[in-house]
Structures are given as C-alpha cells and as structure tokens.
Design a protein around this ligand. Structure first.
Ligand SMILES: Cc1cc2nc3c(=O)[nH]c(=O)nc-3n(C[C@H](O)[C@H](O)[C@H](O)COP(=O)(O)OP(=O)(O)OC[C@H]3O[C@@H](n4cnc5c(N)ncnc54)[C@H](O)[C@@H]3O)c2cc1C
Length: 329
C-alpha cells in the first residue's frame, strides 16, 4: 500500500499485521495505529521486558548510531523519547563535538554543528520503542510467533501463516495459542535482512525475484566494557574509518547507557577481527588509534561477539555474487 493510499484510508478501520518487532516493525506499527482499527505485531522471539539482547537481532551486540534525521522522526512519533534515553543514561551532545573520526590521513576537526546526537545500545532503543508501542490502545505485540508464509493470491495478500510456539521466554508478556492463519487487510514485512518475503511471494504464484548479492567480505567483532570515571573517554563516539583496500582495518566505539563502552572492530577483505579476547586485543593494537591503550584500563563486561554477515538470497532465486577485490577486479 503506497503512502498516498495509506493516507487516504478511512481512519481506524481494518486490521494490519506487522512481521517482526525490530525497529522497522515497531515504527511501522506506530504509523499504522493512526489508520487501522487493529494492528498486530508478530515476533518470532520471546521478548524481554528490559534492554536485553535477543537471538532475532544478532546485530544488537554491535555499535549502532542513530543519525539526526532518524532521531527526529522517532521523536515526532514518540514525543519525549530523547529525554527518556537521556534519563536512561545515554550520553549526548553536539555531533561535531562529541564524535571523533579518524580518517586515513588525519583526525577530523571538532566543531559545533548544531546537530544533536545521542549514543546508546540498540537494545535500549528497541525496548523504549517497544514499551511505547505496547502502550498504544489498538496495537498488540505477540511474541514467540514465527510467520512461515502468506495467504492470498498473486494479486492480493490476505494474511499470513504462522507457527505459534506458545513460548514463554525471558519474560514473555502473555501465553497465547496462535491460529495457523491470521487474516489482514495489510501485511507489512519488517523481518529484516533474512526476510523470506521473496520466497513467500513465489509460493503465492508470483515470478521469482532476481537478486544480486555483493559480498564486501566485511566482518565485525564487538565487546562491551565498563567505562566509569576516570576512564570515561572524552568523546561519545569514535571511529577509525575503513577505506578498503588501502586501509582495511578500523573500529567504531560508542559510550552507551550505564557508563559502558561498546567497541566494534571492523576488518574488510576477509581480514576479520578474531573472536577470542587475546586476538581481539591484538587486532585493536594493530589500529592507528591508541584504542588498545584505553581498553587496558577497562573491565570487559561481555564475551567477544562476532558478526560476519554472509550474503543471503531467496531460495531458488538466481543469484550473482559480485565482488571486486581490487582495482583490477
Ligand atoms: C554490525 C552492524 C552495525 C550496524 N550499525 C547500524 C547503525 O549504526 N545504524 C543503523 O541505522 N543501522 C545499523 N545497522 C543496520 C541495522 O541493524 C539494520 O538495518 C536494522 O536492524 C534493521 O532493522 P529491522 O527492524 O528492519 O530488522 P531487524 O532488526 O533485523 O528485526 C527483524 C525482526 O523480525 C523478526 N523476524 C524475522 N523473521 C521473522 C518471522 N518469520 N516471523 C516473525 N518474526 C520474524 C526478528 O526476530 C527481528 O525481531 C547495523 C548492522 C550491523 C550488522
């Protein structure tokens, strides 16, 4: 449904289903709540009550930045969100003053930009958005429900197929028995990068989607540290920018709520940061920024978490893997 059609809908009629309670799913549900009588979010994971990691969002262990425009849109949809994040301990300030960028040639100058920035963990943002969405009268969040396909025909999607597991997870809000099929006037797929939507559309009788997968051979490893005074860095975020193939290694680090520092090391061209603590430290020592010196003063709070995305493509869809390893490709 286009934005124009959505805006033209009679207010608060019909039922919308959103697949996935990640950031996109929560924001979609908030917008749809103004237009649909009933909005239901269907999430495969059991959902925790607080800011905790969960299996459906493995990227949650790594540094995330919310840029100014995204923050502005979220604040408009959820007034007071910025203050909530600040109250939860998220550092903030002027982008140009609290972010330190190291480019291959030099550090960027620090200068006031008038652009506000906050830094926090992804689980904190998701939890706050989820609590806000849960408080909407016409939105229901159902956890532990995996969507396995669509119902309808090539011209019209009329609902989803489910696999309800009646799981009670870390703190699932409710037990529920899920029907095999849920009908809807609108289905929004917000199930992230591993979405099976292309397969589901093919199962409805539509032609297979052609995809091109370009694997940048980038890998990450992240670790969370305690960073109380006097070891709190003088920035809220710092990064050493990767410019492959010349500069293949870098990092991103953000101070997050609870006086903690989240460090994500990044390697390109298959030169991925190791997943063991000693290898992680050695990789940090190989950077041009004295990040490793800072880390010697900080107590680790987590294991090293890897992330090496592998290309995904819909099953059966023709795939081209394109990757240029150097100037001559
Ligand atoms: C290391 C790393 C760093 C990143 N840094 C940034 C950054 O700084 N800023 C930024 O904006 N983005 C960043 N991204 C990208 C960002 O994480 C993703 O774009 C974003 O999380 C996508 O959000 P989403 O809500 O679309 O999907 P997701 O967050 O992946 O959520 C999808 C949800 O759908 C659920 N789901 C999946 N399949 C089903 C199913 N069949 N049935 C029911 N539920 C299902 C999952 O459990 C999950 O809850 C980063 C990514 C990585 C890997």
């Amino acid at each position: 449904m286009s934005a124009r059609l959505l805006a033209a809908r009679p207010v608060r009629s019909g039922r919308a289903l959103v697949v996935g309670a990640g950031i996109a799913g929560l924001l979609a549900a908030r917008v749809l709540a103004d237009r649909f009588r009933e909005v239901e979010i269907l999430e495969q994971d059991p959902l925790p009550t607080g800011p905790r990691q969960r299996p459906g969002v493995p990227q949650g262990h790594h540094v995330h930045g919310l840029t100014a425009r995204g923050a502005e849109v979220m604040e408009r949809l959820f007034p007071g969100l910025r203050d909530e994040l600040t109250d939860a301990g998220a550092p903030g300030g002027d982008f140009g003053e609290i972010v330190a960028f190291r480019f291959p040639t030099c550090w960027s100058p620090r200068a006031r930009t008038g652009i506000p920035l906050q830094t926090f963990s992804r689980p904190l943002l998701e939890t706050r958005l989820r609590d806000r969405v849960r408080s909407l009268r016409n939105v229901r969040v159902r956890a532990g429900v995996r969507i396995t396909g669509l119902i309808g025909d090539p011209g019209l999607v009329t609902g989803v197929r489910t696999r309800g597991e009646r799981r009670v997870g870390a703190d699932a809000h409710e037990r529920h028995r899920i029907p095999d099929v849920l009908a809807a006037d609108l289905v929004v797929d917000a199930s992230g990068r591993n979405s099976r939507l292309p397969d589901w559309l093919t199962e409805l009788g539509l032609p297979a989607v052609t995809s091109t997968v370009i694997d940048a051979h980038v890998g990450y490893a992240s670790r969370l540290y305690a960073a109380p005074e006097p070891h709190t860095p003088p920035w809220a975020a710092a990064m050493e920018i990767v410019q492959a193939p010349r500069v293949g290694r870098g990092f991103m680090a953000t101070r997050v709520e609870g006086d903690r520092l989240l460090v994500t090391l990044q390697g390109s061209g298959g030169d991925h940061p190791p997943h063991d603590p000693d290898g992680f430290t050695a990789f940090a020592e190989s950077l041009r920024t004295p990040l490793a010196d800072l880390l010697t003063h900080l107590a680790p709070l987590s294991a090293v978490r890897p992330y090496a995305p592998t290309p995904t493509a819909p099953t059966g869809a023709p795939t081209t893997t394109g990757c240029r390893r150097g100037p001559t490709g």
